[in-house]
Design a protein around this ligand. Structure first.
Ligand SMILES: N[C@@H](CCC(=O)N[C@@H](CS)C(=O)NCC(=O)O)C(=O)O
Length: 421
């Protein structure tokens, strides 16, 4: 009897098993007509895996569930492969890295992803903790890979297969180049592995995320698909049916999140100010900043479609350690990701001695600080917000100074100036 794998084709947990089978020379068949959310809810399936999740492997001796366990089983079906190394210590280390890949890498990526997919509540402090734990794991991995091509020994083992598959969703949905460039040995390792023929056969082309998957409230709702009803007995229409687009590596087969209502800012009357044009001008102006970027800003600014806001951190006396203050501001800007389409911001960390002052300038679509930002970004309440009165030249000049990181700012040196664009 053949080994039958119950799993969608596009699923990181099933990738582990299929790649392992190819390395071990084990033949697997994917269960025909498997339908996520349907097949795995049937009583027959529940008999194989009581939690009703995929993947499950049907073997001549009965079913196995849990992707790591299935991968281990498949790796050991044939003795003549090096997936488990060549000594007891290799075996111990392979198991060590499998646990690391599962508990330190996968758990944090999945936490981060689920909030953003709408499969779990989006909780910014939880996300921040998961990202920080993930970075800690990647830093450790980076250190190990600085002097090792693979996790254990000099060839690919089961630990490499499981770790690489666990990294895939991170690379394609969350971890942009600017995130991963902090871990160059992890990058080298990941791209080497996913380009091995046995990986490529299952994964196809893997493409790194250009931006972090936005939080659910800012994502465009999925368009409900209306299946075209072909006229009965119309062979031409039948033949023309569009083929189903294959999913890309890692597009998980989880049940689809419910479509979210449109962001109210998208319903405002159109504005003559194109936010992206301003962001481009800001980024591309390298000299004569006042004459080019600042002048360009006021030429573009639409006081009906947009508003400007000063913000002032309420607890500056707590900013006694420079890197903690910088991380706090960095975390705020990361959490503002949800407002990228609707906002531009500058955050200044002011002072050469602690306590440092944090002050900012924000441009928001509409006349108010957007409610969805207040609701979803808990940092907002840590700041005092004051609308800029652009008829007041002194306030306008303060806007200019904040945009151009003028130093000294209000008589003090700048520790840092961060931009949200
Ligand atoms: N720890 C399990 C995780 C399995 C799992 O979460 N499977 C998901 C798809 S990736 C599933 O079947 N979800 C359906 C459900 O929760 O009902 C493994 O590694 O096999």
């Amino acid at each position: 009897m053949a080994l039958i794998l119950y799993a969608g084709k596009v699923n990181k947990n099933s990738y582990k098993i299929r790649i392992t089978a190819d390395y071990a020379g084990v033949k697997l068949e994917l269960a025909p007509n498997f339908e996520m959310g349907v097949t795995n809810k049937t009583p027959e399936f529940i008999k194989m895996n009581p939690i009703g999740k995929i993947p499950v492997l049907q073997t001549p001796d009965g079913p196995i569930f849990e992707s790591n366990a299935i991968s281990r089983y498949v790796a050991r079906l044939k003795a003549d492969n090096s997936l488990y190394g060549s000594s007891l210590i290799d075996y111990g280390r392979i198991e060590q890295w499998i646990d690391f890949a599962t508990l330190e890498v996968d758990a944090n990526i999945i936490y981060w992803l689920k909030g953003r997919m709408g499969n779990a509540p989006y909780l910014p402090p939880g996300e921040e903790a998961a990202i920080s734990a993930l970075k800690r794991a990647l830093a450790a991995l980076n250190l190990h890979l600085a002097s090792n091509t693979y996790l254990v020994g000099h060839s690919i083992t089961l630990a490499d297969i499981i770790l690489t598959c666990n990294l895939i969703l991170g690379f394609i949905k969350l971890m942009t180049k600017s995130f991963t460039s902090e871990f160059p040995h992890v990058e080298r390792y990941f791209w080497t592995l996913v380009n091995q023929p046995n990986f490529k056969k299952t994964l196809g082309e893997v493409k790194q995320a250009d931006s972090v998957l936005p939080v659910p409230s800012t994502r465009k709702p999925a368009q409900p698909k209306e299946p075209a009803k072909p006229k009965a007995n119309d062979p031409k229409k039948e033949a023309k049916k569009e083929p189903v687009k294959p999913k890309e590596a890692g597009e998980e087969e989880e049940e689809a999140p419910k479509p979210k209502p449109k962001n109210p800012l998208d319903l405002l009357p159109p504005s003559k100010m194109i936010l992206d044009e301003w962001k481009r001008l800001y980024s591309n102006t390298k000299t004569n900043f006042r004459e080019v970027a600042i002048k360009g800003f006021w030429d573009m600014y639409d006081p009906e479609g947009y508003s400007l806001w000063f913000c002032d951190y309420k607890y500056n006396e707590e900013n006694t350690v420079s890197f903690v203050t910088l991380n706090k501001v960095g975390g705020f800007l990361q959490r503002m990701d949800l407002a990228r389409k609707y906002a531009f911001g500058k955050m200044l960390v002011i002072g050469s001695e602690p306590p440092f002052k944090v002050k900012g300038l924000w441009l928001f679509r509409g006349q108010e600080v957007p409610q969805f930002v207040i609701d979803e970004c808990y940092d907002m309440e840590l700041y005092e917000w004051k609308k800029v009165d652009i008829s007041d030249e002194a306030q306008k000049e303060r806007v200019n100074q904040m945009i151009e990181d003028q130093e000294p700012f209000e008589g003090e040196a700048l520790l840092d100036a961060k931009c949200f664009k």
